[in-house]
Design a protein around this ligand. Structure first.
Ligand code: 13P
Length: 248
């Protein structure tokens, strides 16, 4: 199955206006082609990022999205606002938010639904902790996390992007091996197949210490359709090298 690969930079809470300008300039100068490319930036930088990237092949998005349309939700940002800023993507359910903001599977699913309802593609993150992996619970955990989203999105489930991010591989320099990642991606693909008629064309990204030197091996796996990149997305040269690996 030939799916066009997607590489998404998750800047997390990094950046400054000058640093962002230099990073985006580096990406645009390199003009990565042959794969889809996006950057998910902190909310305050969305407007400027949009102005810089509009008209290029690089898309932009947010790192979260409220489950609510509008109202008294201090600090939240709605899908309507993201759509207004031209966001193509919104990451939802990142493990850092699940852990630090106690986001439940259902809240993540509701956020995905809110995003999709405004034409913003949710990138739904799933993944097990090291303790869960060591207890043999990887399959049960990722299936439970994905299942909540599949049920909530119902007939629209095929519109999301899924990202498998083992928590133990995030920011640790310890990537899952291509085989370990593929094994989980295959499980997720099978679960999507049961729910969405075109699961074979849905993108399942891998995230967790993806670097220029391991990207190609990961992306060569049959069910890995690109990457969600943290640390390495903050250096233009590394991010571009990863995009080039995805284009092969
Ligand atoms: P690192 O690439 O820094 O491990 O982060 C992965 C991640 O969390 C992307 O969402």
């Amino acid at each position: 199955m030939n799916r066009r690969r997607l590489v998404v930079g998750n800047w997390k809470m990094h950046g400054s206006r000058p640093a962002n300008a230099a990073l985006l300039d580096g990406i645009l100068q390199a003009r990565p082609v042959g794969c889809e490319v996006a950057v998910c930036v902190p909310f305050p930088y969305l407007s400027e990022t949009a102005a810089t990237l509009v008209g290029s092949d690089v898309r932009w998005g947010a790192q979260d999205c409220s489950a609510h349309e509008q109202g008294a939700y201090t600090g939240e940002v709605s899908a309507v606002m993201l759509a207004e800023l031209g966001c193509r993507y919104a990451i939802v359910g990142h493990s850092e938010r699940r852990a630090m903001h106690a986001e439940s599977d259902q809240l993540v699913a509701d956020k995905a639904k809110a995003a999709l309802g405004r034409g913003v593609t949710p990138i739904v993150c799933v993944g097990e902790t090291l303790a869960q992996r060591e207890a043999g619970q990887t399959e049960a955990v990722v299936k439970r996390q994905l299942s909540a989203v599949i049920h909530t999105l119902a007939h629209c489930a095929g519109e999301m992007v899924v990202a498998y991010e083992p928590v133990w591989a995030i920011g640790t320099g310890l990537s899952a091996s291509p085989e370990q990642a593929q094994a989980v991606h295959a499980l997720l693909r099978a679960q999507l197949r049961a729910a969405a008629p075109h699961a074979d064309v849905m993108k399942i990204l891998y995230g967790g210490s993806v670097k220029p030197d391991n990207a190609l091996a990961l992306f060569s796996q049959p069910d890995i359709d690109g990457g969600l990149i943290g640390g390495a997305s903050l250096k233009a040269a590394d991010f571009v090298a990863i995009c080039r690996a995805a284009a092969q």
